[in-house]
Design a protein around this ligand. Structure first.
Ligand code: 13P
Ligand code: SF4
Length: 327
C-alpha cells in the first residue's frame, strides 16, 4: 500500500524567512524546526517569543509573539501544559507568576538582563525606608524577588498609564533611569529614578541619530524608551517594541530605522519587504542565548524549569496583576 508522506513543516515555513536566511543555510535550521514542531504536539507546549528573538524562532516556531506586556497577558491565557519562553529570564518568571499551574521552561537559564541585574530586593527595601509612603513602580525587567517588594509593575508599553493611575504626586520608578526620565518628561507626576541601564539601548546616541538623518534622507526614526533621553528628543516616535511594530504597520514609512535590538528590525522587515530598513545593529547577548537548538532540548528534556519561591510568588504576582488591571 502506498502512503503519502506529508512534507515537513520547515518546507512551508522557509517562505517566511527567505529574505533573511540564505537557502544554503536553511538545512541547518530545518532539522531543529521540524523536531520542535513535533515536540510541541507531544508535550502539549506553546512557545512564547519576544520581538527580539531571531527570525527562525520568531517567524517559524513561535506560537505567540510580542512585547513584554503582550507576553504577560498571553501567558495568563495559555491552556497548554507547557510554556517555553523564548526570551529572557524575567519574562519566564512573569509567565510563571501569572499561570503558576503550568510548567514554564526557559531554554537557557543564563538569559538575563542588565536592568534586572541592576537592583536587588534589599535595594528596594532601603528605598522604601528613604521615601516612606512613596509608591514603588517596578519595570517588569526585574526579578520576581524585586517585584515582590514593589507596589505595582509597568512595562515600556504602559509606564505612563501605570504611574498616573496611582493618583499621587511622586513615585519611585525602578530600575531603568532612562525609561524613568523619558516617562517623567510626559507626565506631571514627579519620578524618582534608579540608575540601571539597558546595555543595548544605552549605546545609542543623539549624534548617531543626526548622522542617520544626514546619511539617509527622509528616514523615520523610531526609538525604544530605554534609550537615553537625548536620543528620544531626536527621534520621530518612541514606544515599546510592539508600539514600534504597529507604527510601521499603520504608517508604512518608506525608509525607517528602529533604535532597538537588531533582530526586531529583521523580524519587522520580513513582514514589509517593500519598506527600506536601515539597521544599525546592537545585539542583546541575553536574548541571543536562546536558539533553536536549546528550545529543542528544553522540550526534549523538560529542563530549565522556572520555579518561584512560595513567599515571593504571592506579592510578586500582585504587583503584576495590579499592572494588568490598569487600562
Ligand atoms: P518591550 O516590553 O518594549 O518589548 O521591551 C522589553 C525589553 O527588554 C526591551 O529591551
Ligand atoms: Fe534587558 Fe536590554 Fe536585553 Fe531588553 S535588550 S533584555 S532590557 S539587556
Amino acid at each position: 500500500m502506498l502512503t503519502t508522506l506529508e512534507p515537513p513543516p520547515s518546507d512551508r515555513l522557509y517562505a517566511k524567512v527567505r529574505n533573511a536566511i540564505p537557502a544554503i543555510e536553511w538545512p541547518m535550521f530545518a532539522n531543529d524546526i521540524d523536531a520542535i514542531m513535533a515536540l510541541k504536539k507531544r508535550r502539549n507546549a506553546v512557545i512564547l517569543a519576544h520581538n527580539y528573538q531571531s527570525p527562525e524562532i520568531f517567524h517559524c516556531v513561535a506560537d505567540i509573539v510580542g512585547d513584554s506586556l503582550a507576553l504577560a497577558r498571553e501567558a495568563m491565557q495559555v491552556e497548554a501544559d507547557v510554556i517555553v519562553l523564548a526570551g529572557v529570564h524575567f519574562m519566564a518568571e512573569t509567565a510563571k507568576l501569572l499561570n503558576p499551574a503550568k510548567t514554564v521552561l526557559i531554554p537557557d537559564r543564563g538569559a538575563g538582563c542588565s536592568l534586572a541585574d541592576s537592583i536587588t530586593p534589599e535595594d528596594v527595601k532601603l528605598l522604601r525606608q528613604k521615601y516612606p509612603g512613596v509608591p514603588i513602580v517596578t519595570y517588569v525587567n526585574t526579578s520576581a524577588a524585586v517585584k515582590a517588594e514593589s507596589d505595582i509593575c509597568c512595562t515600556s508599553g504602559n509606564a505612563k498609564a501605570v504611574i498616573e493611575s496611582l493618583g499621587v504626586e511622586r513615585v519611585i520608578m525602578l530600575p531603568d533611569e532612562y525609561l524613568a526620565r523619558n516617562v517623567a518628561a510626559e507626565t506631571k507626576v514627579k519620578v524618582i529614578a534608579w540608575t540601571g541601564h539597558c546595555e543595548v539601548h544605552e549605546r545609542f546616541s543623539a549624534e548617531e541619530v543626526r548622522q542617520l538623518r544626514q546619511d539617509h534622507s527622509g528616514i523615520v526614526v523610531l526609538a525604544h524608551p530605554e534609550c537615553p533621553p537625548d536620543v528620544l528628543s531626536e527621534a520621530d516616535f518612541a514606544g515599546s517594541t510592539a508600539a514600534m511594530s504597529s507604527y510601521v504597520a499603520d504608517r508604512r514609512p518608506p525608509r525607517v530605522v528602529l533604535l532597538t535590538e537588531c533582530s526586531m528590525s529583521d523580524n519587522v522587515a520580513l513582514q514589509y519587504p517593500d519598506l527600506e530598513f536601515i539597521r544599525p545593529c546592537n545585539l542583546c547577548p541575553h536574548m541571543k542565548k536562546i536558539t533553536l537548538g536549546n528550545i529543542r532540548s528544553a522540550l526534549e528534556t523538560m529542563q530549565q524549569e522556572v520555579t518561584i519561591d512560595e513567599r515571593i510568588m504571592r506579592p510578586a504576582r500582585l504587583s503584576v496583576e495590579r499592572m494588568l488591571a490598569v487600562k
